[in-house]
Design a binder for this molecule. Structure first.
Ligand code: HPA
Ligand code: ZN
Length: 319
């Protein structure tokens, strides 16, 4: 039985399973550099974040129409529901699509179609978080926020993802200020490969309400104190950290120490089609690797609702 939970760190493009990728490639006449799903799956051996991102962006070429984005999101929601997800705050990367000629409206309207049916079909409430690609310019992020103008009623917040090192949060101060002025919530990836200083910047310069990953927080005791004091949630993705070689093996993951330090941590799947499991699989894997008991798993599930952008009534209904 899966515990009811919220998923707060999930890139919808990272849910593109090989079977759907080939189906959409055929439909949209996109030629993939792999001939079978097995061959594609064999390419899922990554050295670091960048080696994953190269494949992640390449495979997105198959996503072209509203219907493609609808299919993608609906397939994720079906899998997530089967693993106990009741609420999902879903990232998407508009620049990865607009850069190859797909309009942001196609992306948002397509995702929204699946999200609009989600409560009824899958029993999952949803929100969308639009991420800026940090390895592109601040100007490009601002232009993206502007392009999202007609769709802001569908978007709960902004995030920051893609290649981290060399692209500190402070690069995006202005766009986060503009997003906040529009009433958008704020999160950012920080401390996945980048140093604790990036987590400080996400908090102090961007004013984020949650930190995505925050894996390297434990290197800085003052930072841990700050995160505990302010109850800042961290959206950890343990399977991702192993696959992208941030840690060697799951047994080395600091999740347990982070819980013991009083951090508000959650467990998420990040890019489940690429990293070997959806969020229920991830709970199972950390239970086995770290020897977590039922009470700790329940705490992680409770944390996911506490850290969600839900009001308290919604939180009770979803849990
Ligand atoms: N890190 C940064 N950017 C990403 C990731 C990730 O794990 N997945 C998709 N974009
Ligand atoms: Zn991520």
């Amino acid at each position: 039985m899966h515990l009811p939970k919220a998923e707060l760190h999930l890139h919808i493009e990272g849910t593109l399973e090989p079977e759907l990728a080939f189906e959409l490639a055929a439909r949209n006449a996109v030629v993939l550099p792999y001939s079978t799903t097995e061959e594609l799956r064999r390419a899922y051996l990554f050295d670091d974040l960048q080696s994953f991102l190269d494949l992640y962006y390449a495979l997105m070429a198959v996503l072209r129409t509203e219907d493609d984005f609808d299919r993608l999101a609906d397939a994720y929601l079906a899998r997530a529901a089967a693993q106990g997800v009741r609420h999902a705050e879903i990232f998407f990367d508009p620049q990865a699509h607009t850069a190859r000629g797909v309009d942001i409206g196609t992306v948002v309207e397509g995702l929204a179609r699946a999200l609009d049916r989600s409560e009824e079909r899958h029993g999952i409430s949803t929100q969308l978080i639009m991420c800026f690609l940090r390895d592109r310019s601040a100007e490009s992020a601002l232009a993206t926020l502007e392009a999202a103008g007609p769709y802001l009623h569908r978007i709960a917040g902004v995030g920051l993802d893609s290649a981290e090192v060399g692209h500190p949060p402070s690069k995006f101060r202005e766009v986060y200020e503009a997003a906040a002025a529009l009433g958008l919530r704020k999160v950012a990836h920080a401390g996945e490969e980048g140093p604790p200083a990036y987590i400080w910047e996400a908090l102090d310069v961007l004013g984020v309400e949650r930190v995505d990953h925050g894996l390297r927080s434990m290197e800085d005791p003052e930072l841990v104190k700050r995160l505990v004091r302010d109850r800042v949630p961290l959206t950890l993705c343990p399977l991702s950290n192993v696959r992208l070689r941030a840690i060697d093996v799951l047994e080395d993951h600091p999740l347990r120490q982070m819980m013991e330090a009083g951090l508000l941590v959650t467990v998420n799947s990040d890019d489940p089609a690429y990293f070997g499991g959806y969020v229920g699989d991830t709970f199972h894997a950390v239970r086995e690797a770290l020897g977590l008991g039922q009470e700790q798993l329940r705490e992680l599930a409770r944390n996911s609702f506490r850290a969600a952008f839900l009001d308290h009534d919604e939180e009770r209904r979803a849990a």
